[in-house]
Design a protein around this ligand. Structure first.
Ligand code: PNS
Length: 162
């Protein structure tokens, strides 16, 4: 069975990686699907995020990295995925995630959303938080893989922000 793990991943954190590692134990294939949203200006380009995630998941078999735009359920159908994976960090995530899952079920009743709880050590983590700290020159080595830590530092120093 194929599972799709959709998200922005700008950038991937150890919380995301924890969800991917957990999902791989449950499914034949996990497709990490990066949303390319033309209305947003991410810190990292789609290509950069693909490379970052591929490197971070190189130790895992059965993980693919792909990109999509538009509705997640359309891409899930295109990839033959029957399950959408979403990570839950805390109760605060639940309301929006439940709404998304229920909306997606009305659009595609054949596709299930499966919530995986992130481990407690990563429950505070978000990509926005990581960017906020890195932009101020703070340490993020416990939040993201080292190659992403380097990429954050380079990106913010090029911008003259640190
Ligand atoms: O990492 P994120 O930003 O929390 O991921 C959110 C994402 C990409 C899963 C969500 O915004 C999404 O599925 N967007 C695609 C548009 C869509 O399918 N909307 C209907 C679901 S409510």
């Amino acid at each position: 069975m194929i599972a799709l793990y959709p998200g922005s991943f700008d950038p991937l954190t150890y919380g995301h990686l924890d969800v991917i590692e957990r999902a791989v134990r449950l499914f034949d294939c996990v497709v990490v699907a990066i949303l390319t949203n033309p209305d947003k200006s991410p810190l990292f380009s789609t290509k950069e995020r693909i490379d970052q995630i591929q490197k971070a998941t190189a130790h895992l078999d059965r993980v693919e990295v792909d990109t999509f735009h538009g509705l997640t359920i359309n891409f899930a159908r295109q990839r033959g995925a029957q399950v959408l994976i979403r990570g839950l960090r805390a109760v605060s995530d639940f309301e929006l995630e439940l709404q998304m899952a229920q909306t997606n079920r009305t659009l595609a009743p054949e596709i299930e959303t499966l919530f995986l709880s992130t481990s407690t050590v990563h429950s505070f983590l978000s990509s926005s938080l990581v960017k906020g700290i890195a932009r101020l020159g703070g340490p993020v080595s416990h939040m993201v893989p080292s190659h992403i830590e380097v990429a954050l530092s380079e990106r913010y120093s090029v911008r003259g922000e640190i």
